[in-house]
Design a protein around this ligand. Structure first.
Ligand code: UDP
Length: 485
């Protein structure tokens, strides 16, 4: 638990997550980690994210400050501010994903700058550090303008960071955005074990690079080269050679896993949607018998794939809890599941719109996780020792699948050919994960990987040490920049 009253370090960091669930979650817990070290943190949510979190009374947070309860309980100096992302709160960001991203690309920084001007000019105790998600394109400009130390926070695997960071090498070798055309291994990225082009992040494979997300990634990875420090939500032991190689270019610190451990004392609510509580239902199921199914917070699944997965679940007869977000196919498609699905599954499966994932994963009856391979989901599943069955959809999920299935062997593929999702294969692989002989192998492997995560967080562990080194470096840098720390 966080300690109060430890000496302050005269560091005041503004921490700005990318406004998506999978970024807000680790940023909230990074804020707690840093504040526990005596750093003052002002956490910045967009008005939209703030509205989503606080408008769900069932989440237990109706206050104007999502840290209010935590602050009074812990005594830690975490402040809270909100800014506009440039769009009206009621705008459908899921349906109009590109417009949302365009606003983050072009408009958001002006709102952030206004806030920084206010907080950095607060005299002694004002903001002197900017910690911003690596996907933002503007942190170096704002940090330079206000004399702040610039820390970039990468919420995904170091491997994915390294692939983006070395985009120029992919271009040089002809592997950049060459979907399907090149099959030969990529064996020239410093510190990265040879990797197949199909396992790189989807944005590095797409042949059309004109999308707004591509523009964001290209600019963001120029900007991060100007960062003073990079923090990464991984552990050194998972990706040692990749991290060593990155460290020769930029101070890069693996300080993970940053996940919500204290689920029992959940005092900071981060869910953007109301959480359904399925504990009672789970209590009725045998240990390790239930498959948890979720494709994260924003990726869409095609109707065809969704229907095949639904039919595969029915065929497998395995107990399941399935998070089907209302916009899972699109916010215009109200009921994407096959007619009668829930009635047919009534004795062994339930469908919910959202849940507290850590609460579900840590329930003893959960025995497997059918996942889209979001990085947070993977870390959370490892922490709860729940083996994975992988159905990556886009972005880093594609690369994360390789880590889970090929490298760490803590999970299996849902379908060997990702472009051919068929109910029979879905059912067979779900059964293999939940009850086959291969289950024992992945269960053993995930236990060992979990130990690495636990060790990294121990007082002499790599993540704890790296956090200490980062804070020493930050103090030094802030001292040199501001002269008053
Ligand atoms: N999550 C949750 N409830 C759900 C589904 C997801 O709390 O019903 C959380 C999950 O615990 C994780 C985050 O949402 O922390 C999703 O992040 P991830 O990186 O796995 O995927 P993304 O949503 O970014 O694709």
């Amino acid at each position: 638990m966080a300690e109060a009253n430890i000496p302050k370090k005269n560091l005041h960091a503004l921490l700005i997550p990318y406004p998506f669930q999978g970024h807000v979650n680790p940023c909230v817990h990074l804020a707690i980690k840093l504040a526990s070290q005596g750093i003052t943190v002002t956490f910045v949510n967009t008005d939209y994210i703030h509205h989503q979190i606080t408008s769900n009374p069932i989440n237990g947070s109706s206050s104007g400050d999502i840290f209010a309860g935590f602050r009074s309980e812990s005594g830690l100096d975490i402040r809270y501010a909100t800014v506009s992302d440039g769009l009206p709160i009621g705008f459908d960001r899921s349906l109009n994903h590109d417009q949302y991203q365009a606003s983050l690309l072009h408009v958001f920084s002006a709102h952030v700058e206004e806030l920084v001007a206010r907080l950095a000019g607060d005299g002694d105790g004002g903001v002197n550090v900017l910690i911003a998600d690596t996907f933002f394109v503007w942190p170096s400009a704002i940090a330079r303008k206000f004399g702040l130390v610039y820390v970039s926070f990468w919420t995904e695997a170091a491997l994915v960071f390294s692939l983006y960071y070395h985009m120029d090498l992919l271009r040089l070798h002809g592997h950049f955005c060459s979907q399907g055309r090149r099959k030969d291994l990529i064996d020239y990225i410093p510190g990265v074990k040879a990797i197949e082009p199909k396992d790189t992040a989807s944005y590095l494979q797409d042949t059309d690079t004109s999308s707004v997300v591509h523009q964001i990634i290209f600019k963001a990875f120029e900007d991060v080269k100007k960062a003073d420090f990079v923090l990464c939500n991984t552990i050194y032991e998972f990706e040692d050679r990749t991290i060593q190689a990155l460290n020769s270019k930029i101070p890069f610190y693996a300080i993970g896993p940053i996940i919500p451990f204290g689920i029992k004392n959940k005092t900071v609510t981060t869910s953007l949607w109301s959480e359904a509580d399925c504990t009672q239902w789970l209590n009725t199921k045998p240990k390790g018998s239930v498959l948890y199914v979720s494709f994260g917070s924003y990726a869409h699944v095609t109707k065809h794939d969704l229907v095949e997965i639904a039919k595969g679940l029915l065929l497998s007869r395995v107990n399941f809890v399935w998070v089907v977000r209302p916009d899972i196919v699109s916010s215009e498609e109200n009921n994407p599941l096959p007619d009668g699905f829930e009635t047919e599954a009534e004795n062994f499966g339930i469908v919910i719109p959202w849940c507290c994932q850590m609460t579900v994963l840590s329930h003893p009856s959960i025995g497997g996780f059918l996942t889209h391979c979001g990085w947070n989901s993977i870390l959370e599943s490892i922490w709860c020792e729940v083996p994975l069955i992988c159905f990556p959809l886009l972005t880093d999920q594609v690369t994360n699948r390789k880590l889970v299935v090929d490298d760490w062997k803590i999970g299996m593929n849902l379908c060997e050919d990702r472009s051919l999702v068929a109910k029979e294969e879905v059912a067979t692989n779900i059964s293999r994960l939940m009850c086959g002989k291969s289950r024992e192998e992945v269960k053993g492997a995930i236990g060992r990987v979990k130990m690495s995560l636990e060790n990294a967080l121990s007082p002499t562990g790599s993540s704890d040490q790296n956090l200490g080194l980062f804070i020493d470096g930050l103090m030094d840098k802030a001292h040199k920049s501001n002269g008053h720390v």
